[in-house]
Design a protein around this ligand. Structure first.
Ligand SMILES: [Fe+2]
Length: 466
């Protein structure tokens, strides 16, 4: 989708790509030397077509959906009406029956400094049939808007399913390119795991929340049709004491609802869902993680609940990576790693996705849990029970790419490249899944990095090394 209203839109394309794709081997894995010209990167202007307000007085906008329960038979539909509450109903029907049903939602508003939100609607539609296409309508009369979604298959251990990975997206022309590439990827992602940092509204004076609205309109073209599962990043905290805004995550928690109660969580900042053959645990990098904290207790109990006979694939995501060899944000994940890493290893978590570093990186299966304050034993070691850590904060926001890397490449780093793009985690069955990373400069089908995952519970053979 193009961007109107920007005479310099072509010059805003972040990378004029070239071309040399020389892999250089260092101490660790591969540092891709894909070379590009980096230009200034700015948010798309307010009159861009991707931000267009839908026509008609008080028409619903910023429509998005997410999973509404633990098993995948409910959907939360959210939208915003700008001028008055309007209808709080969602009318929906399955492709098979045409019998229309209605669900009622709630309406919220919030103020942030000198900004007042529109009317934010959240409606949980439950008792849906699995693996079924549903149509739904928000708004009424002349401004009724119709969308659709497909519910996941019933949870089961050999159910294939495809997740998309997007992080740190923001709202630049590069962000638009990332979303377009995801939409056109022939791997056909069905649900987005979004690893935090959504709108970057906090880059504006007074954290201008109008940029939360533009972001909501920008992603609607995908998020209204397939669930996006969110976690919080630092740009979603919106703590600004200078203007009296001291409630963390205020815009985020009003706008993006998640089914946290369904997993026994007491806060939307961490929760879990099952979807197809995956058990997905969402953590908060910006909440207390230490021993005896609420997140600690919840995660400890949560990991015990996972039944790998039912959901062979155990996925965790949070914003800040544990293993990241980019200079910016290097070792920021240590506070969480030292507390939770041994749990991830003991429970054979398959993969941990994070963002924060504006680049791509995939780790080896390593752990670093031997260290005690007296033994000095603090080197990551290869460990087939450990997760693969994938940093995918390369959505394309206005802060640009994080190019500076720790040199030489650490042993734990299997592949890294500072380019914008997205990922696909494609579960085939209980034993095999395929991950691919797609950079924005390439054709939609090209895999700039890839890895086969062997499920360590169901497949007792070590994965092939790169
Ligand atoms: Fe971040």
């Amino acid at each position: 989708m193009g961007v109107l209203g920007s005479s310099s839109s072509s010059s805003l394309v972040v990378f004029l790509c070239l071309v040399l794709n020389i892999a250089v081997l260092c101490n660790g894995g591969t540092t891709s030397r894909y070379i590009r010209k980096l230009e200034e990167i700015e948010d798309m202007p307010l009159n861009s077509d991707v931000f267009k307000v839908p026509p008609g007085y008080n028409a619903p906008q910023q429509v998005h959906i997410t999973q509404g329960d633990h098993e995948g038979s409910a959907v939360i539909v959210s939208w915003i009406t700008p001028s008055k509450p309007g209808s709080n109903q969602v009318v929906y029907w399955s492709e098979n029956s045409n019998k229309k049903k209605t669900a009622k939602g709630i309406v919220l508003t919030y103020k942030y400094y000198n900004y007042t939100s529109g009317y934010i609607h959240h409606c949980n539609i439950s008792n849906l049939e699995f693996d079924t296409k549903y149509y739904y309508v928000v708004g009424s009369g002349k401004v009724a808007r119709k969308f659709w979604f497909i519910t996941p298959p019933k949870v089961g251990r050999d159910i294939p399913y495809t997740f998309g990975l997007i992080g740190d997206l923001g709202q630049t022309s590069a962000s638009n390119s990332t979303l377009t590439h995801y939409e056109n990827n022939p791997h056909n992602g069905k649900t987005v795991l979004y690893v935090g940092d959504l709108s970057y509204a906090d880059k504006y004076p007074y954290y201008d929340n109008n940029r939360w609205d533009t972001w909501g309109r920008f992603v609607e073209r995908n998020a209204a049709y397939q669930p996006w599962l969110f976690t919080v990043g630092n740009h979603d905290i919106d703590f600004n004491q200078a203007i009296g805004e001291t409630i963390p995550f205020k815009p985020y928690t009003h706008r993006y609802h998640v089914p946290f109660k369904a997993s026994g969580s007491t806060t939307p900042l961490w929760y879990s869902i099952k979807r197809a053959s995956a058990y997905i645990i969402v953590l908060s990098s910006y909440s207390a993680v230490g021993r005896s904290t609420p997140q600690y207790y919840w995660l400890k109990a949560e990991l015990e609940k996972v039944n790998r006979s039912e959901t062979p694939w155990l996925i965790v995501f949070m914003h800040v990576p544990f293993y990241n060899s980019y200079v910016k944000h290097y070792m920021e994940g240590e506070t969480m790693r030292v507390v939770y890493e041994s749990w991830f290893v003991n429970h054979k978590v398959d993969v941990v996705f994070s963002g924060h570093a504006h680049a791509y990186e995939r780790s080896e299966r390593v752990s670093n849990t031997a260290y005690r304050i007296t033994n000095g034993d603090c080197t990551p070691v290869k460990n087939q029970s450990a997760p693969v850590y994938i940093t995918i904060g390369d959505g394309g926001n206005q802060e640009g790419i994080d190019k500076a890397m720790i040199e030489p490449q650490p042993d734990y780093s299997a592949f890294r490249e500072p380019s914008f793009g997205h990922g696909i985690f494609d579960i085939k069955n209980r034993t095999h899944a395929h991950f691919s990373w797609h950079r924005n400069q390439d054709g939609y089908a090209k895999e700039a990095d890839k890895k086969w995952f062997y499920n360590r519970v169901w497949h007792q053979v070590d994965e092939p090394s790169d």
